[in-house]
Design a protein. Structure first.
Length: 327
């Protein structure tokens, strides 16, 4: 009887020890999951809430220089790369945490089985050591994961703030170009408004090809040269008021009607439309418009304003379009 009690005593202590450790481990895991869940809620709450960090104070973003905008782009690119690296680290830690949880569960099962059978003391001690080591790793990985999530949270708020600032600056530049375009169009109405074919449509204005060229020709008529010079003078007056770092270009587009043309100089309407646009661009440059601020393109008959086949529709499609735009 005494021998039986001596055998049962250590076994009972082993069971209680393992059972206590198992309960402690389970409690630790619950705490870890609770911390991670609360952390996720906190991150979402901070990202959703209009904090002072997330909504930076208004500033004169329209006054940003090209160098300052470039610096913002560079900072956003670097922060984006850092965020990507942090996300990879977070995923690695999450996978590591998952592996450790699986290991901890397996060790707990082995400990239970060892407690219910005759298991050498050294095996039981090894299991206990493995469980304790796994617990330490779980705590370390959980702490590292929490720190990574915190850095990601902070970086996301900073990226949102910089992105909003850059968007405001870009929007301000677009609005500035639109204001300059409106001023340009207003002056053009004063200068070219006596031309019955002159029209402003949306963000562009047009002149009929007949005002500038003879049929089937890419050589400017005398009156066409005068019209282009008036246009260049207006543009030169307006551009003097443009901010020095405002990027702009006057796009000149040639368009024809759908009647075919075929000769040695113009195999198709495409060539005719392109060369007419180039002729106008050269005349603008000769009249003082900087060559880096003009561009020529030809679209042949493929962007008609009117789809009918009557003479008025065909005449409307034969045109030179001008558009003040960003490069």
């Amino acid at each position: 009887m005494h021998a039986d009690k001596n055998v049962a005593g250590p076994a009972s202590g082993w069971v209680q020890s393992v059972g206590g450790l198992y309960l402690a481990a389970a409690a630790l895991l619950l705490v870890i999951f609770a911390v991670l869940a609360l952390q996720g809620l906190a991150v979402r709450s901070r990202l959703d809430a209009p904090t002072a960090e997330q909504v930076p104070p208004k500033q004169p973003d329209a006054a940003l220089t090209a160098a300052e905008r470039s610096e913002l782009y560079d900072r956003l690119a670097k922060m984006g790369a850092d965020l990507s690296a942090e996300a990879e680290e977070r995923n690695r830690l999450a996978r590591r945490l998952e592996d450790l949880l699986a290991t901890r569960a397996e060790l707990g099962l082995q400990a239970e089985q060892a407690a219910q059978a005759t298991t050498p003391a050294d095996v039981r001690a090894s299991l206990l050591a493995a469980i304790e080591d796994t617990e330490r790793q779980l705590a370390a990985v959980s702490q590292a994961l929490e720190a990574t999530e915190s850095r990601i949270d902070t970086s996301q708020i900073q990226v949102a703030g910089l992105g909003a600032r850059l968007n405001r600056a870009l929007l301000a530049r677009v609005e500035e170009l639109q204001r300059n375009r409106s001023d340009f169009f207003a002056r053009l109405r004063q200068v070219l408004g006596d031309n019955p074919g002159f029209k402003i449509e949306g963000d562009r204005f047009t002149l009929p090809s007949e005002v500038l060229f003879s049929p089937g020709s890419d050589t400017l008529l005398p009156q066409g040269i005068e019209e282009v010079r008036r246009l260049a003078a207006t543009l030169n007056t307006v551009r003097a008021q443009f901010p020095s770092d405002l990027s702009w270009v006057l796009r000149v587009s040639g368009h024809t009607d759908k009647r075919p043309i075929a000769n040695s100089r113009f195999p198709s309407n495409w060539e005719l439309s392109v060369l007419r646009a180039v002729t106008v661009v050269k005349a603008l440059v000769a009249a003082g418009v900087p060559p880096e601020h003009v561009a020529a393109a030809g679209f042949g008959e493929f962007q008609p304003l009117a789809l009918q086949d009557d003479n008025d529709a065909l005449a409307r499609n034969r045109r030179i379009e001008f558009r003040l735009d960003r490069p």
